[in-house]
Design a protein around this ligand. Structure first.
Ligand code: C2E
Ligand code: MG
Ligand code: MG
Ligand code: MG
Length: 285
């Protein structure tokens, strides 16, 4: 049962089918104005400490509520947004929404991190850093509270400037997470030279637990690598007790997934942590 510890009654925000890829292109003008028309919003998925089930953070995930096509997931519109540079506007919206959420969580009395997802195109830009800084100051927040997740898929192993852009973010105090580890082509040498604080293990590997020895070996290898590089680890896409037990036993530090909670509206996230700051079978509550 997905959302087993999410305590029901919470609106699900799994992206729906949405328009097919070619039709997406026709939505470019709509996407351009989506932020202005308040059709974009972030939903938040808890990040849970495996050892005790404590909710230690929230990851903001973007949703587009299109007036005709309904809820459209980021996998469908982020590629178009990147191609058309609309990502810069959207990224600005995400920064603001993440800061707002971090402030609400802090005001509610919880000390948690807020993670945002950014594409390589965004984080390399000085304007991105300035904008993030201004938004943080506006909400009286510190960079240590934020995690910036960069998908391995958007990393370009040949580009030296990636390392420089990451160093700049790290120097400010942001925490850096390599997202979707195992899906891209990052070489060990390249990864070892980058200033990441953690990595997520892609959900395609987590999905293979129990029936794919390749996936299981991949997870074991990733955890070992992370340990050697001093990176924290987050298993994503944990949907079953067996998957959670597998990653917990191998000392993966954190987990996210429908078993614990799907992404939810900010108010529901706050309600969830107020009810209990713990989720999952290891939970002391
Ligand atoms: P991600 O950062 O790896 O986020 C995890 C994705 O897995 C999310 O999909 C989440 O809803 C989904 N998920 C979480 N738990 C489970 C589970 O137990 N089972 C399954 N099957 N899925 C689970 P979502 O929200 O559709 O986001 C997809 C990707 O879009 C994200 O992957 C991220 O790379 C990107 N994205 C999301 N928000 C933003 C954003 O604000 N900016 C940018 N540039 N990219 C974003
Ligand atoms: Mg992510
Ligand atoms: Mg991921
Ligand atoms: Mg994540």
């Amino acid at each position: 049962d997905a959302n087993r510890y999410g305590r029901g009654r919470i609106a699900r925000y799994r992206p729906e089918i949405g328009p097919p890829a070619p039709a997406m292109r026709a939505l470019e003008p709509d996407l351009r104005s989506a932020a202005r028309f308040e059709q974009l919003h972030l939903v938040f998925q808890p990040k849970v400490r495996c050892a005790d089930g404590a909710i230690v953070g929230a990851e903001g995930l973007l949703r587009w509520r299109h007036p005709e096509h309904g809820l459209i997931g980021p996998d469908q519109f982020i590629p178009l947004a990147e191609e058309t540079l609309i990502i810069e506007q959207i990224g600005g919206f995400v920064l603001g929404a993440a800061c707002k959420a971090a402030r609400a969580i802090k005001n509610a009395g919880f000390d948690m991190t807020v993670a945002i997802n950014v594409s390589a195109r965004q984080f390399g830009q000085p304007a991105f850093i300035e904008r993030f800084w201004r938004a943080m100051k506006q909400y009286d927040l510190e960079p240590e509270r934020f995690e910036i997740e960069i998908s391995e898929l958007s990393m370009h192993p040949s580009r030296d400037d990636m390392a420089g852009a990451l160093e700049a973010l790290r120097a400010i105090g942001f925490r850096l997470i390599l997202d979707d580890f195992g899906r891209g082509q990052t070489s060990l040498a390249f990864l070892a030279g980058l200033p990441f604080d953690g990595m997520t293990i892609d959900r395609s590997f987590v999905a293979g637990i129990g029936h794919s020895s390749t996936a299981e070996r991949m997870i074991g290898g990733a955890l070992k690598l992370a340990d050697e590089l001093g990176l924290e680890t987050i298993a994503e896409g944990v949907e079953t007790e067996a998957q959670f037990a597998f990653v917990r036993e191998r000392r993966c530090a954190f987990a996210q997934g429908f078993l614990l909670s799907p992404p939810v509206e900010l108010d529901d996230f706050l309600a969830l942590v107020r009810r209990s700051p713990f989720l999952g079978p290891a939970s002391p509550s």
